[in-house]
Write a protein that binds this ligand. Sequence first.
Ligand code: PPS
Length: 571
Amino acid sequence: MNIPNLAPIPELYVSYESAQKMKLEAADLISWDLSPRQVCDLELLMNGGFFPLKGFQSEADYNGVVEDMRTADGQLWPIPITLDVSEEFADGVELGQDIALRDQEGVILATMTVTDRWTPDKAREAEKVFGADDQAHPAVYYLHNQAGNVYLGGPVTGIQQPVHYDFRARRDTPNELRAYFRKLGWRKVVAFQTRNPLHRAHQELTFRAAREAQANLLIHPIVGMTKPGDVDHFTRVRCYEAVLDKYPQATTTMSLLNLAMRMAGPREAVWHGLIRKNHGCTHLIVGRDHAGPGKNSAGEDFYGPYDAQDLFRTHQDEIGIEMVDFKHMVYVQERAQYEPNDEIEDRENVTILNISGTELRRRLREGLEIPEWFSFPEVVKELRRTSPPRSQQGFTVFFTGLSGSGKSTIANALMVKLMEMGGRPVTLLDGDVVRKHLSSELGFSKEHRDINIKRIGYVASEITKNGGIAICAPIAPYTATRRAVREMIEQYGAFIEVHVATSVEECERRDRKGLYKLARAGKIKEFTGISDPYEEPQNPELRVETENVEVDNCAHQVILTLESMGLITGN
Ligand code: PPS
């Protein structure tokens, strides 16, 4: 194993004086507003975290990376780092032109000389990089639904670091960490990558890794982007801080890494190795199912539990960092300690305990006990602060169905029932009401419907975040848009999709507002169910039939669903 050369790593920043000058000049350039993920990528490009990359990848680099994890000049690099933009923006850019890259507040962080512009084959990228073109994978979903259709590539010139207002003292560039290790004389450093709060099993694992490698320990959590649904980084960092004093101070430090994870399992592990190498580490802990995205749409794991370790091992020498591989750690009650599951020889004579992530979330949701052998009281206290039991969290009930299907009527009945129960404020975002107050300028094209639904989703997510109940009742005819809204809301609380499954024939028979008649006569264009599509939900939390069923009963079915999910309790 190489003892690292802790000399500074090349950054892409210009000097302070040049940056001031460039900032003025760059104001005249065409500029691209970076997405949150692109800001993360740019930060690591500029500060050397993605060394040897010098900018967003060119088409040749991208093709090499996608096909066999190598840039055009043969460097190992497993994940495409591309600047995805809209077709409209790409059309306005000439090759050879400089563009300004701005953060979401409009601050110019860098310029890029555009050398390449191409339309990627996203299905191929998904297959090769993530193993399957399956949108159950969060990065594949992102690729198809959030990433722009055109990629731009070219070298980047860094003007300033993205600004962070949170945990500033805990964030370090690769060079800051290198300098710190140099100063303390830390020649061997084992990095622990994590996107979860630290529990006792993690502590044991990190202790063992440091012992095994005879190294110091860097707890290196991700605070950029992780898997949708993860514990937010604010809570996690408070949890880390709460347990730091349980580590030996002389040999352990913690630093936050603003990486946007892709959950690419094996390829991601190799990527994490390269990034840690750039941060001056000599070892990386790779555990079971490293950076795993969970189940695919057929309900199977995307990657085998040790695929990441296998791929890492193959490339270890080239990465220049050693893997400390770990098997699954479990608690052995009789010995009151954690041990690697596959090293327990007397399994029939001992009690092996384990709480999975899913089980932990269930216990938090339901306000159940979390035992001391599993976690630290300080961590549990923090988690309970941000994840109160479900019966105290906000949630959204999202009705979808054709015009005249009965959405509004059931939604109204549900609102009254929930208000009778009390406890949380209830807001009804009815289709017609929203169109009057929030979306009065919009029509019924796909584009306008999507904007309308995303506005509803945004308001509902804010209500949910703040502990209220949002009831939405738009038509929301498109699956992808409903899914986008679900994602927005599930960051903060439950999303209950209710399909009001009244057939178009029945809606037309009822024709309460006389709209179907007008649609048939061609007087209303793009009318859902008649001259415009309605994509039925495949897996809604509840489907209600309204033919021959009372409104009260339909609303009651929703109440029963909410109860079964623990969102409302009997008392
Ligand atoms: S969408 O697709 O979700 O944005 O639609 P939404 O905001 O729910 O608005 C639907 C209401 O607008 C009236 N309306 C139409 N609906 C469908 N297609 C066309 N072309 C159209 N034009 C007007 C209609 O009254 C809908 O109300 P509901 O309550 O669904 O009947």
